[in-house]
Ligand binder design. Structure first.
Ligand code: NAG
Ligand code: NAG
Ligand code: NAG
Ligand code: NAG
Ligand code: NAG
Ligand code: NAG
Ligand code: NAG
Length: 803
């Protein structure tokens, strides 16, 4: 009994302490949510607890409404706790004497706070702009915190949108928690819309295949600021402006990132009118990414609006949520009988953006089909006629994401399906859109589990005991919460990752993780542009190559170049990037590890027979053709050399090290400015030396040198012994080969003259002649005489099916 008494005294003291700590200037209670509100001086805005579900409330700011009822939900412009609604009982918002504003759920958990402190008297004030401020209680008092600095999905006139914040859409029109769409200022100073879903993420506005200036954006103004003015003009420091259709009049206005991924400007005259859309960012809704999830297509219909539809043979994963997409109803085997077991079903005017495994120019439908069938991971292919190239292109797909159907899209997708199984698909479904995309209708019950204190306990000490335990729990929760909240805040602020949003399976590593993976950078495996490469072992036992850039500042350009370029590309002959680390002054990149090392290593160790060398020449050419001509942006590598061509276990080449590469303007290929020379002696085209315009032909030249190295077994700079004097001098391989070519007119004997002696007689003379002829064309002095990379691929591929 004594022990129980002392226990109860102990808990009483605890309770007193707890109350003392929480003594507050004022407090809003959720039970009085109708009365406990703050209204702005002219009454335009109201702040208070807003019901967001059954017995669930969020502290919010909304446009004041004359009539409030269920069919007439208020227009919310800000929310403190959108992802953590509080219970409808005993939840409070309090301004503490310490100067902090806290939101407590059911008396226990602090779900949100302003993290402010002050010894001066403070008050919480709502301006007519919709800005809720915590300020010192004097005229023009110092502002400690304001809601304008923490927007949710809406910007109000005169509210600054900066690099430090995002707009995040809500899950659906009637569910206010954070959704997957974000409006951000990217690292290149451009304002973008991003789909940041659970599995994939990608930028969809401006169109990712447009270079920023083609989209009318500037990357030079690093102030990264955007604002909607009271007249209805939204303008951003990257030169994007949106002038609303009712520009010039003073109205109630807001700019909202809606749950469907588009940003719209809304306006209305009075509080009780309907909002009208007076402008929007994205004009083609079906091209917004992620809305329908994988294996599903988005369709629009003037009558029913935007809908999602599973592709034939696939079914919905989650009936509640389209963003999960669809999964196949069948299983495809991948063996020698595949050809007999699969068929392809055509979907007209359907496009899936991204995730091309490869591409083939001028393939017939039949060739494309067989190409897809040969690859187990090919689940469909897109076949379309590219007008300006005047030939058809074949794109095998490894994933089907961001799909849409539009009569304006001149191409078809061919789905790989099992032959025996009948799948029903009615193309009329696409036309009349009878299937309802329920993403916007999803209403899930909010579950807020908590334990209600029972006041009818039989014994008094049991009552105290329960409360005491609860308090200890609360204190623990409070401490854990403080810890978690600090960390969470840190990660929210850190949005560097978005540059690389196009990548698949891409992640950010911490420096200590990578330090551990490389055992303190002990095993060096190479040096590249601006950095040293180490071998490492990740915690999931994946062996990786980790490139650590030298001095952080000097390496910044290389770092951004590599990440933003490789992160967006996807080709079988391109090195895969798993992630990166940018912490303090450390800049690291994590790549797939190539056991066989680089072409330079394998060439010098004589590990390459003739067939492998030919395969490497073809693969490298395909990769260069892809980056020069076909991917989202045109890219010059600028440093093609054997050290940057890695070899995988099947002796397939993988082009690496994009540290010096350069993005090109798409419609202006001949006129890009280079601030400095790039490349390596022996591989650099004459344009660099003579300061002529730089085009993709510089890579063609370097490629020619690499092929000559593979043929001759000599390196790009060779030392020549001059017979009469003792001195030797360096000469480029190109000069040496040209000299030989001049002396020997017959191609066959020329090739025999220059051939790597270690190859013996084990080679195919016809292929070798082709390769040598291609290499010689590639190293022409005059850049217009050199072929482009797709022509090289074509010439080399003539023999691909010979053997
Ligand atoms: C809700 O308010 C609107 C606007 O005044 C009114 O027309 C409507 O009848 C109300 N609905 C209900 C269910 O009370
Ligand atoms: C508020 O907290 C900070 C850091 O904890 C401290 O440096 C500062 O003096 C505090 N201000 C007041 C008014 O208590
Ligand atoms: C909108 O603002 C931008 C930037 O201040 C300005 O260049 C543009 O002319 C404005 N548009 C109108 C219609 O005033
Ligand atoms: C950058 O943008 C800001 C905001 O739009 C503008 O005030 C500033 O003048 C711009 N700076 C330059 C150099 O254009
Ligand atoms: C598949 O075909 C290849 C040659 O076309 C043959 O080498 C291999 O043994 C076959 N595999 C099976 C499982 O039949
Ligand atoms: C495409 O291939 C066809 C034959 O398959 C050929 O006649 C045509 O010249 C090729 N077109 C181009 C542009 O290479
Ligand atoms: C859609 O098309 C199907 C089949 O053609 C038809 O049965 C259905 O009534 C149509 N739905 C609508 C809403 O028009």
């Amino acid at each position: 009994m004594m022990r129980m008494a002392s226990l109860s005294i102990f808990f009483t003291i605890l309770i007193l302490l707890f109350h003392f700590q929480h003594s507050s200037s004022f407090s809003f209670s959720v039970e009085n949510f109708e009365q406990d509100i703050i209204v702005s001086p002219k009454g335009t805005f109201t702040a208070g607890f807003y019901p967001v579900g059954e017995n669930a409330y969020s502290f919010a700011i909304w446009f004041t409404q004359k009539y409030k009822n269920l069919t007439n939900a208020a227009t919310i412009v800000w929310m403190a706790n959108r992802d953590q609604p509080v219970n409808g009982k005993r939840s409070t918002l309090s301004l503490l004497k310490t100067g902090n504003v806290i939101l407590t759920d059911a008396d226990y958990f602090i779900v949100w706070s302003t993290n402010t402190n002050s010894s001066k008297p403070l008050d919480l004030f709502l301006y007519d702009t919709g800005n809720l401020v915590l300020r010192e209680h004097t005229t023009n008092g110092f502002i400690l915190w304001q809601s304008f600095d923490y927007p949710t999905d809406t910007l109000l006139p005169e509210q600054s949108f900066t690099r430090y914040v995002n707009l995040v859409s809500s899950k659906s029109d009637n569910k206010y928690s954070s959704g997957y769409y974000k409006l951000i200022f990217d690292n290149d100073n451009v304002l973008r819309l991003l789909y940041d879903g659970p599995q994939v993420s990608s930028i969809y506005w401006p169109y990712p295949w447009l270079v920023s200036w083609d989209a009318g954006r500037s990357t030079y103004n690093s102030s990264r600021e955007a604002k909607l003015d009271v007249w209805g003009n939204f303008s951003s420091s990257d030169d994007f402006t949106l002038t609303t259709s009712d520009y010039g009049t003073i109205l109630q206005r807001r700019l909202t990132l809606d749950s469907d991924g588009n940003v719209r400007a809304y306006s209305r005259k009075h509080g009780h009118e309907k909002w009208l859309i007076s402008g929007q960012f994205h004009q083609q809704l079906i091209k917004i990414h992620g809305i329908c999830g994988p294996n599903s297509i988005c369709i629009t219909n003037p009558r029913t609006g935007r809908k999602c539809l599973c592709i034939p043979g696939y079914r919905r994963i989650d009936i509640q949520d389209w963003s999960q997409g669809c999964k196949p109803n069948f299983q495809l085997s991948c063996n020698n009988k595949t050809k007999l077991e699969t068929r392809f079903q055509r979907l007209h005017h359907v496009h899936f953006y991204g995730y091309d495994y490869d591409y083939r120019a001028n393939y017939t439908y039949k060739q494309c089909k067989h190409y897809c069938m040969r690859m187990c991971q090919c689940i469909a292919f897109e076949y379309r006629f590219v007008k300006d190239q005047e030939m058809p292109y074949c794109y095998p797909k490894s994933q089907l994401q961001n799909g849409f159907s539009s009569p304006n899209f001149e191409g078809s997708i061919f789905l790989r399906l099992p032959k025996g199984k009948q799948v029903f698909f009615n193309e009329n479904d696409i036309k009349n859109g009878s299937l309802v995309c329920s993403r916007n209708n999803e209403v899930k019950q909010l579950r807020r589990p908590y334990i209600e204190g029972k006041e009818n306990g039989p014994m008094k000490f049991m009552f105290w005991f329960t409360i005491g335990l609860g308090l200890i729990e609360a204190l623990c929760f409070f401490m854990i919460w403080c810890f978690l909240f600090k960390n969470r805040k840190h990660s929210v602020r850190d949005n560097q990752g978005y540059v690389f949003a196009g990548a698949i399976g891409f992640r950010k590593f911490t420096y200590s993780e990578l330090k551990q993976a490389t055992k303190c950078f002990s095993q060096e495996i190479g040096k590249g542009a601006g950095g040293t490469v180490y071998k490492g072992l990740l915690s999931n036992n994946r062996v990786v190559a980790i490139k650590r850039l030298h001095e952080a500042n000097k390496g910044e350009r290389e770092f951004l170049a590599e990440i933003s370029i490789i992160g967006r590309l996807n080709h079988m002959n391109l090195i895969g990037m798993w992630g990166y680390c940018a912490e303090g002054k450390h800049r690291l990149l994590v790549f797939e590890y190539m056991e066989k090392g680089s072409l330079a290593d394998t060439l010098s160790s004589n590990a390459l027979d003739w067939a492998k060398r030919y395969q490497i020449a073809v693969g490298t050419a395909k990769c260069l053709a892809y980056i020069h001509e076909e991917c989202l942006e045109w890219i010059l590598h600028c440093d093609i050399k054997p050290q940057n061509i890695l070899i995988d276990s099947d002796y397939q080449p993988k082009v690496a090290d994009f540290g010096l590469s350069k993005l090109l303007q798409r419609n202006n290929r001949d006129n890009s400015s280079f601030s400095r020379m790039r490349g390596t002696r022996g591989y650099m085209a004459p344009e660099w030396i003579f300061n002529l315009p730089i085009t993709s032909k510089v890579d063609v030249y370097s490629y020619g040198v690499v092929v000559l190295e593979m043929i001759t077994g000599k390196s790009a700079m060779i030392s020549i012994q001059i017979t009469d004097g003792e001195e030797s001098h360096n000469e480029s391989l190109v000069t040496w080969v040209r000299e030989k070519r001049r002396k020997v007119s017959d191609m066959r004997s020329f090739v025999e003259h220059i051939l790597d002696p270690t190859l013996g007689s084990n080679y195919d003379m016809v292929k070798l002649e082709t390769l040598a002829a291609v290499a010689l064309d590639c190293v022409e002095e005059e850049k217009h005489m050199r072929p482009n990379m797709s022509q090289v691929v074509e010439r080399l591929q003539i023999h691909e099916h010979d053997s």
